[in-house]
Design a protein around this ligand. Structure first.
Ligand code: 5GP
Ligand code: MN
Length: 327
């Protein structure tokens, strides 16, 4: 276990980052660490650096103060130099953080807190626990180690960690939900925040357009391998028609996964000509992390992702070959 306050001793500039296209756990873990360090180290300049998260996360304290990652659009030359004394990477490896990877080159110390089984660790201070439900759960333990009396714990911080756990466990449903996860959730709820509203507004609520795209993706889904696999995709033309961005696809692959008889669900959307961002979900029989790693991505046994090149059918063929090795 690492002691984050020991690592940050004497640091003037601290950066906290997570993976590109930040999801609930990424936002939860990064913002929880940001809230804690902002309170615990008032003399330090603490910054959260992330790609702009979905507006649903604006209910989390500090989200509106995030330094938005511009790296995806403008390239490394356009990135400001920040020279962090400490850079904390949550829910990701350095390579998947966009601008964070650039900052990692000049950071004094690098801390990596993650639960991805595919993560081999970035930097000298790592806390990587693949069995953990979420990076947010791990951030709680890191905070608790540094602040065992809970002097800096408050309802906002509890809500932020709880939100991250909720998202990565599918509201305490997925198999990564352990007895410890539930005990922690109970402890967090005691701080008093409206968890029902939080879950509705950040997890379940969909915009009209999101629901339309979900409907379309389900309608156009195709089963293969005797119904053990299901796939659906959205091309750029369709995205443009709905004015949709990657944030609007959250939840589609999970809906595909719960189809009866399905072992592996695939959802992909076109990011560029013949480029797809692929999301994989499994019911447990197939380790989709292995499949994703094969194609240069990563993730967990039951949820993983990667970027792939080719037509929709090329991508499906290449994926099914790898999935077939396990089925
Ligand atoms: P999603 O399908 O929701 O984007 O991602 C599922 C899981 O796989 C998440 O834990 C996510 O962090 C991870 N993941 C998705 N895409 C990639 C990728 O390209 N590389 C790595 N290393 N992990 C990914
Ligand atoms: Mn996560």
């Amino acid at each position: 276990m690492i002691n984050i306050l020991e690592i940050c001793k004497g640091a003037k500039k601290i950066g906290i980052t997570g993976h590109i296209r930040p999801d609930g756990d990424c936002v939860g873990s990064v913002m929880a660490m940001w809230q804690f360090l902002t309170k615990a180290l008032p003399g330090a300049d603490v910054e959260a650096v992330l790609q702009k998260p979905s507006p649903v996360f604006e209910c989390i304290k500090g989200v509106t103060k995030i330094l938005e990652d511009v790296s995806m659009e403008q390239g490394e030359a356009a990135m400001p130099q920040r020279n962090y004394d400490v850079l904390i990477i949550c829910d990701s490896i350095a390579e998947r953080t966009g601008m964070g990877a650039h900052y990692a080159k000049t950071a004094g110390r690098i801390v990596n807190i993650d639960h991805h089984i595919s993560n081999t660790g970035s930097g000298e201070y790592t806390y990587i626990v693949p069995e953990a439900s979420s990076a947010s759960e791990l951030v709680y333990h890191v905070i608790h180690e540094a602040d065992p009396e809970g002097d800096y714990m408050d309802a906002e911080l509890a809500k932020t960690i709880y939100m991250g756990i909720v998202h990565d466990t599918g509201v305490f449903q997925y198999s990564n939900t352990s007895p410890q996860t539930l005990c922690l959730a109970a402890k967090l709820v005691e701080y008093g925040f409206d968890f029902s509203k939080l879950i509705d507004e950040t997890f379940y609520e969909k915009t009209y357009v999101q629901n339309q795209i979900l409907g379309r993706a389900l309608l156009e889904s195709i089963r293969f391998m005797d119904g053990k696999c299901i796939v659906s995709g959205i091309d750029r033309q369709t995205m443009a028609f709905y004015g949709a961005t990657s944030r609007d696809f959250e939840g589609i692959v999970n809906q595909l996964r719960i189809t009866k008889g399905v072992e592996v669900a695939i959802f992909m959307y076109e990011t560029d000509t013949l480029q797809y961002k692929v999301s994989l979900r499994s019911k447990g029989g197939v380790d989709v992390s292995k499949v994703a790693v094969f194609f240069g991505g990563g993730g967990h046994v039951r949820a993983a992702g990667c970027n792939m090149t080719g037509t929709f059918h090329d991508v499906v063929n290449n994926l099914s070959e790898q999935i077939g090795l396990q089925l």
